[in-house]
Ligand binder design. Structure first.
Ligand code: ZN
Length: 376
């Protein structure tokens, strides 16, 4: 039996949110590729997935269920199955899976200061990671085309990149993990990219594929910075020496100017340039061919924001574009200290614990979903 928890067990806040969510789903666009082959999972106030092994045959039926049950989280399988509601898992008869990358703000951009109210710095950093994943890995290294990919804001503090390419649909867990490991730079041996040949120190050229080419391009681009060039060799202060080195690197020769301690300098710079996505994509998610992932354009019960399909990452601003609930005023009482926030260009806070405020409903819903406020 799937559905809502007993109405009497629901708090006022949960009932209020479910009503808002239900109303939203009555008119929201629902776009799930091959919906009838997906397993769905729904979550509530306490768990992101309370019910799973659910299937729906059509978009109107899914919509009717979302309106009726008003789940606080809606997920579907990355897999396509012959029998999506069968259990145990082996009876579903797996057909294929999308390839998924899950990027989450980890708090490192602000020194872990923001906690549950993800700050702008952290949101910006994870957006740059998503751009980097696509522009520096998925397109050039794997050859996926942009129309085989979709990017969704997670609805909270990250992004999900979906690849629908036929070329990866049948890959098993091990092959998917290898892809994630490559992007993470797992087992990358920088020492194998360079070798000595007589007086020359040879390595990758900027036109080369993989991490070698990434390093060569990043290194050449950094040489335009004076202090960086001087840190490699004093004589690179002179533009003509720098030009000489750059044209040699284009032929894969990293030292025609006499760089003291060259191997160590190049190795150290490789570490510093953050060419890999090490630690920033969750390889367990990519490897999991039966993972349930947030449905595109569904609401995230931990923020009340939309897991919005993003067409242009560069210009996407989650705190401005992902809230959906408008600005009718609503009174809430902070149950914990709320920091200064800006949602849909409305600035509010800090709000001390225990104080009451009237806020636009998009901001009130955000605090209720964060469990940082109650209805006043
Ligand atoms: Zn932060």
């Amino acid at each position: 039996m799937s559905g809502q928890t007993n109405l009497q067990e629901q708090s006022r806040e949960e009932r209020f949110l479910r009503e808002k969510f239900s109303d939203f789903y009555s008119r929201a666009p629902i776009t799930v590729r091959s919906l009838e082959k997906r397993e769905f999972g729904f979550g509530g106030w306490d768990k992101k997935i309370e019910f799973r092994h659910i299937s729906e045959t059509s978009e109107p039926n899914l919509r009717a269920r979302l309106v009726r049950d008003a789940p606080l989280y809606v997920s579907h399988s990355v897999a396509y199955y012959e029998f999506p509601d069968a259990r145990p898992m082996t009876k579903k008869n797996w057909l294929s899976s999308d390839l998924i990358f899950d990027l989450d703000a980890d708090g490192s951009a602000c020194g872990n200061k923001c906690g549950k109210f993800t700050c702008q710095k952290c949101l910006d950093a994870v957006k740059q990671d998503a751009i980097k994943l696509i522009e520096e890995f998925l397109v050039p290294d794997f050859g996926f085309s942009r129309d085989e990919m979709s990017v969704n804001f997670s609805g909270s503090r990250g992004y999900h990149v979906h690849v629908f390419s036929e070329s990866v649909a049948q890959l098993d867990r091990e092959a998917r993990r290898e892809i994630a490991d490559y992007i993470g730079g797992v087992g990358l041996d920088f020492g194998r990219l360079f070798w000595n040949e007589g007086k020359k120190f040879l390595g990758p050229s900027p036109t080369q594929g993989g991490f070698g080419g990434k390093f060569a391009r990043a290194f050449v681009s950094k040489l335009s910075d004076d202090s960086f060039a001087i840190s490699i060799a004093r004589k690179l202060k002179k533009p003509e020496e720098r030009a000489k080195l750059i044209s040699a690197i284009e032929r894969g020769n990293y030292d025609n100017v006499g760089i003291a301690n060259r191997e160590k300098k190049l190795f150290d710079n490789f570490e510093k340039m953050r060419l890999t996505m090490a630690g920033r994509i969750d390889s367990n998610v990519t490897a999991d061919t039966s993972k349930l992932i947030r449905m595109q354009n569904s609401l995230h019960g931990g923020s009340g924001m939309l897991a919005k399909s993003v067409k242009s990452l560069d210009s996407f601003e989650p705190m401005r574009q992902a809230p959906v609930f408008g600005n009718t005023p609503l009174k809430i009482k902070a149950s914990e200290a709320v920091p200064a926030l800006n949602i849909c260009d409305y600035s509010f806070g800090p709000i001390p614990a225990g104080e009451t405020r009237e806020l636009p409903v998009h901001s009130a819903v955000y605090l209720l979903c964060k469990k940082a406020a109650a209805l006043a």
